[in-house]
Every structure is written in C-alpha cells, then in structure tokens.
Design a protein around this ligand. Structure first.
Ligand code: GDP
Length: 309
C-alpha cells in the first residue's frame, strides 16, 4: 500500500518524541522512511540516494542536535531540501519565460509522443496571447503568437495543432506532411518575422521512445531556429522512466526549462524531482488538465508538498 511521506515522517516524529537527542540510530530510522516514501512517490533511485545523503548531513548538523524537538526539525529539513531540489533555490519567478529576444522569440517544444507537446503548445500560446504571465514581477502585455507544427510523421498532428490554435484564438501557420521539418521551421521563422509576431512556438514530432534520428532532427531544428526557450515536455505519469527520457533530451539539446504535464492525474510528482535533478533546468509550468486553460506556473513549494503527501 502506498504510504506517503507525511505519514511516515509523523510516525517517526512520534517515536522520536521524548528522545532529547538525535542519535545515529534514530536518524537512520527516519532516513529509511524518507527513502521508501520517495521511491513510492516515483523519484528515481540515484536522486533518492543523493537527497537522503543531503538530509542526513543537515540532520547531523548542529541545528537539529541542539533542537528541543528533533523530530520536527528533521521534518523541516526534509521539506526545505525538497523545495530546494525542486528549484526553490533558483530565485526564479514561477512561470517565467525568457522572451527578451529580438522578436520573434522562438519557443521550441521537445518531448516524447503523447507527453502533451501539442496541448502544451496551445496552453502556452493562450497564456502568452492573453498577457497573463509575469515577467520580473510585472504583468507583460498580450503577445502576438504564431504556432506551427513540424511533426510530419503523424498525419493528425498538424490538424490537432490547427484545432488547438483555433480554440485559443492564436494564428496557426499551415504546414504539410510532405515537407521537411527544417523547411517548415525556416518558413515559419520567415513568416513570423515578416508579420511581426512576438512569439513563434514550434511543435515538434515525438516518438514513442528516444531514438537517434529524432534527436538529430530536433537538434537540426534547434540550430535553425535559435530558440530562446527550448522546453522539454514530460508526462508526470511516466514516473521512474522520466529520468532516462529527460537525460536523453538534455544531452541532445540545450534545454532551458521543463513542463510537466498530467499532474491532475494521481502521479505523486516524484518525477519532477528526478527531471529537475537530471536536467539541472527549472520546471517552468505544470499541466493540470486536458483543457487549454489547464496550465499553471510551477511552484517548488507546492510540488514539495505534493511529494510529501
Ligand atoms: P503530444 O504527442 O506530445 O503532442 O501530446 P498531446 O498534446 O497530443 O497529448 C497527449 C494526450 O495527453 C492528449 O489526450 C491530451 O489531451 C493529454 N494531455 C496533455 N496534457 C495534459 C494534462 O496536463 N492533463 C491531462 N489530464 N491530460 C493532458
């Protein structure tokens, strides 16, 4: 049965109550519970190991040892470290996208098929065109957004983006499955420049698994487009597998951020911790619904709370 970290921790806190000091033994017991709970929340094993080592180091430090309530102090450390690992230490504003390019600012969407790229392209387009995002603490104006699909392998993909663009009321540049993805990208960039778009979002093909041809292709698109944001879209439900996919993408591409989708499902969100760890890049948004308004800026503390359960 799934037992969450909060339950596990509160049990340990109870057993620690009345014990004036943290000992090597009761600290180990606590860390064992943390480790199990994180694995159950789908955090990848290497990430769990490093996390536990960090918590242990802090726990054996002065602060906790001298604390009157060592159990509570440990819980505090776990929460703080989780938040930090989620990117709470980056000092980034939630949902901040870097768009300070000579327009058009290009956003390249990367990820496996089914991760939610096309849906997220629509959500981001909506977010930007409505001007509902903040940039360095202030609301920025509505952006003129163009979307294009460079997915020439799945015949329905281009149609899907067209539908999504229509639903959110942004411009869609038609492309054709007979074209090369590079040609589509070049034409889209040219069109966006000529028609003074602020932002061009390029949706790309995904495969069911990571493959070399796909990585070569998206790298070529990256070289052509020089995107200011290269966002890796990953499905929270992927759990432990997310870590390998994230590694492959971050090795192939200079990612600037991550969007984690399907957090409205019952995923515990541990994948967020793994993906953040492997890519070293901030999670910028989370997808919380199939609907096109289901996009939220990523808040490290909220995600830490979700993993804690
Ligand atoms: P793509 O192949 O990466 O372009 O993925 P799609 O955008 O087509 O999404 C795949 C499926 O996931 C679709 O059925 C979407 O409606 C669904 N989806 C995408 N994002 C979310 C999300 O945040 N929550 C939920 N529940 N479903 C989502």
């Amino acid at each position: 049965m799934l037992d969450n970290l909060t339950n596990r921790l509160s049990r340990v806190v109870k057993t620690l109550r009345g014990q004036a000091r943290l000992t090597e033994e009761n600290t180990q017991e606590m860390l064992r519970e943390v480790r199990l709970a994180l694995l159950e929340a789908d955090v990848a094993l290497p990430v769990v190991r490093e996390f536990v080592a960090r918590v242990k180091e802090k726990a054996l430090g002065e602060e906790v040892i001298s604390s009157l309530t060592p159990g509570q102090a440990l819980v505090g450390i776990v929460h703080k470290e989780l938040t930090a690992l989620m990117g709470g230490d980056l000092g980034l504003e939630a949902g901040e996208l870097s768009l300070a390019a000579q327009p058009p600012a290009v956003i390249l969407m990367a990820g496996l098929q089914g991760a939610g790229k096309t849906t997220t392209t629509g959500k981001l387009a909506r977010w930007l065109s409505e001007g509902s995002h903040t940039q360095h603490g202030r609301k920025t104006g509505k952006k003129k957004v163009l979307v294009v699909s460079a997915d020439v392998y799945r015949p329905a993909a281009i149609e899907q983006l067209k539908t999504v663009a229509g639903q959110v009321g942004v411009d869609f540049l038609p492309s054709d499955a007979s074209q090369k993805p590079e040609t589509i990208a070049t034409q889209a960039l040219d069109h966006a420049k000529r028609h003074h778009y602020d932002v061009l979002i390029v949706d790309t093909a995904g495969r069911l698994g990571v493959d070399e041809a796909m990585m070569r292709e998206i790298r070529a698109l990256h070289d052509l487009l020089s995107p200011i944001e290269t966002l890796f879209v990953v499905d929270a439900m992927q759990g432990q597998d997310a870590v390998n996919v994230a590694r492959a993408f971050s090795e192939a591409l200079p990612l600037t951020g991550v969007v984690m989708t399907k957090l409205d499902g019952d995923a515990r969100g541990g994948a967020a911790l793994s993906v953040r760890h492997v890519t070293g890049k901030p999670l910028k948004f989370v997808g919380v619904s199939e609907k096109l308004d289901g996009l939220q800026p990523f808040h490290p503390d909220r995600m830490a709370q979700r993993v804690l359960g």
